[in-house]
Design a protein around this ligand. Sequence first.
Ligand SMILES: Nc1nc2c(c(=O)[nH]1)N[C@H]1C(S)=C(S)[C@@H](COP(=O)(O)OP(=O)(O)OC[C@H]3O[C@@H](n4cnc5c(=O)[nH]c(N)nc54)[C@H](O)[C@@H]3O)O[C@H]1N2
Ligand SMILES: Nc1nc2c(c(=O)[nH]1)N[C@H]1C(S)=C(S)[C@@H](COP(=O)(O)OP(=O)(O)OC[C@H]3O[C@@H](n4cnc5c(=O)[nH]c(N)nc54)[C@H](O)[C@@H]3O)O[C@H]1N2
Ligand SMILES: [Mo]
Length: 786
Amino acid sequence: MTNHWTDLQHTDCALIIGANPAENHPISFRWLLKARENGGKILSVDPRFTRTSSQADIYAPLRSGTDIPFIGGLINYAIEHDLVHKEYVAKYTNASFIVNEGFTFKDGLFSGYDPKTRSYDMASWSFETQEDGTPLKDETLQHPRSVFQLLKKHYSRYDVDSVSTVTGTPKEEYLKVAEAYCATGKPGKSGTILYAMGTTQHTVGTQNVRSYAMLQMLLGNIGMPGGGVNALRGESNVQGSTDFGLLFGDLPGYLGAPKEQPVHATLKAYLEKETPAAGYWSNKPKFVVSLLKAWYGPNATKDNEFCYQYLPKGNKNYSHIALFNAMYKGELTGAFLFGTNPVVGGPNAGKEKEALSKLDWLVAMDLWETETSAFWQKEAGSDPSKINTEVFLLPAASSYEKEGTVSNSGRWMQYRWKAIEPKGESKADMEIIHMLMQRIKGLYKNESSPAAKSINALYWNYGEHDHPEFDLVAREINGYYTKTGKQVENFGMLADDGSTCSGNWIYSGFYPEEGNLSKRRDNKDNGMGNFLNWSYAWPMNRRILYNRASADPAGKPWNKDKAVIWWDAAAKKWTGHDIPDFKAVVAPTDKGGMNPFIMLKDGVGGMYAPTLNDGPFPEHYEPFESPVPNAFSSQEYNPTIKVWGGDFNLKGTKKQYPIVATTYRVSEHWQSGSMTRNQEWLSELAGHMYIEMSEELAKEKGIKNKDQIIVTSARGEVKAYAMVTKRFKPHMINGKKVHQIGMPWHFGFKGYATGDTANRLTPHIGDANTMIPEYKAFLCDVRRAD
Ligand SMILES: Nc1nc2c(c(=O)[nH]1)N[C@H]1C(S)=C(S)[C@@H](COP(=O)(O)OP(=O)(O)OC[C@H]3O[C@@H](n4cnc5c(=O)[nH]c(N)nc54)[C@H](O)[C@@H]3O)O[C@H]1N2
Ligand SMILES: Nc1nc2c(c(=O)[nH]1)N[C@H]1C(S)=C(S)[C@@H](COP(=O)(O)OP(=O)(O)OC[C@H]3O[C@@H](n4cnc5c(=O)[nH]c(N)nc54)[C@H](O)[C@@H]3O)O[C@H]1N2
Ligand SMILES: [Mo]
């Protein structure tokens, strides 16, 4: 989230698209309902009428996989109706930048496309530059090659009629959303966009999010209280885990992992290649060297490149989809699963289960025996006599049985005290890893192979025995001065000469000498719902990112009732209810004083993003499997997604599978269900796998409510109960009726509430930038079971 939960109360309009927070993020509604008490509106855009929709002022349905036309249409509407916040756009975004002549867009393709590699050469997407290397600008936004004019042209194709025939959203509903939301373009008004998996789990997931960011910038909504682009994060600590490098291409703190290539061959070369000349990332060497010092301690010296060579430098794609493809081909020997259940949660789960049987060994750390650690059992439909995988199950302690921190969607890092002792032999994950590492170090102690060297160099100083000290890890994450051992104040103090260490620069500041700030619980409101002494928010305890943009170029809030920070001319500093984006003494007239987007090289928001794999502007492509041709171009699906062939990747045709399907969550269950289907009372509340469908489709197929039905896709089939409901309605797409069904993905064969796994149906295909699977839009067919 650019903003945070309590901040939602300040919104004039909440556009909830691709999320169902009433069920999946219920606390949000406490603040959304408060916003409504203050006159704010709630909009819900979802293929099905959800519990969120039931609380909304306006509900608009859309066909799964058509968010870009939906938002592209709003961008067009805002421009056409002159609702754009012009000063904000001209000053705080790259809309004024001039794009090179070589940039073109034709029939769904941007310039530089190579069909053989299914990728772009991005050279022609760059900006024209002035002599000093900075982009050429036209702040009147009139230049035909200014980002603004190119954007206007691009989205002029997304007029209301075209949009409505592709999305299936009735025109009347669409216009209601457009009018309500685009009204937030008025200076001083703020609208928030709340999104989650309905947005991201698509082959165009990243561009879906981009389209939200662009709309928000056009309307001047980023940096404002009650504004922003707000990802409602999923698992309790998924924000923390991405911050700490869980994504395969990242080291902690979003530092890109080095690759096996000449430009990354040495630390010096890596830093030269990866450090931009301007913007906050120009400090990257300080963060990288401090990270290496945290990991390798005194063994990391200037002379040995701070142990840089011990970092793995992989060139492969290590995403979930790629790993399971490799496993299926027999390229992996073993796997460690730390709290994950892919036999229920993975795309094309039937095949992922098969892939597990190609392993020699599998270690699962979990609270329960799950469908995954039991994949070889008869109950799973497997023949144990034919499976050679040796499975180890290490019992893990639950979140209540250990201490640690959890970072919520609003970036608040909150410490949690241990409530009870772990049951039986179960142990905290950190303890398991610590014990493993002690043993591994013992085994390699006297060896000198390259692998042994890197293990021996690792500075594992978290306690001598089998019990690691949480506090030592926490202190190292913040970082300290290597000479004195004193905690650094924040990441501003980190250095690239080995005199500081920090396990994750973005969190540096949470644990200064005075103590662990994630333990703070002072609920005094510092104004505008920013509780600055409650826990710690990264970066620098800042609660609203890009908050500089809540004030006009001179530093005066766009709206005095929505003031977050402002320039106090007499005191010569920024002041207010939050921590400003840059040093408080940088005046609006100083260099950088008008640049709210400090992480970006140019200091302004990227209305145009010449760095994404699938293009600088979001463009509509149909999902990998779609019931209709693409009405906007002859590119059927995203031309830059990686399509692995083979039987892991079967693709259904619209002839055989004419119905759109989507998957989602319910309040009563959590994820793959291990946590909830093992609880009797929750199992009782939602005990069976079911499929939601419209009355119209049920009638066509001769299906009645509660009938047993079979849903098939190119990957497999599931049996379930029919839930015939008014929540789904057929979409009218280009004058043709298209049906959509939906189903929860929580079920499996373990626990009390069992049922067929929805993911037997889903495709093994992912987004062009992140590889997140396309769980939200695929094709299927439905019939009665008898
Ligand atoms: N009770 C409960 N709460 C949870 C979870 C849980 O399992 N149970 N899981 C947690 C996790 S890990 C996550 S990631 C979050 C996920 O939170 P959400 O994203 O809210 O979860 P979903 O229910 O998967 O999807 C949200 C909505 O997207 C809609 N949708 C489907 N296709 C599209 C589309 O193409 N466009 C649009 N605009 N909408 C579409 C679905 O109908 C659904 O209502 O929830 C978290 N909270
Ligand atoms: N079709 C479809 N599939 C989806 C999605 C969808 O919307 N549709 N959503 C996707 C999303 S957003 C997500 S996040 C993934 C989730 O996929 P998974 O992460 O595989 O699913 P979870 O059920 O959250 O698995 C967590 C496991 O961790 C265990 N666990 C809980 N606490 C601890 C702990 O402290 N330590 C350890 N070691 N284990 C613990 C639980 O018992 C459980 O078995 O699923 C994805 N799959
Ligand atoms: Mo998630």
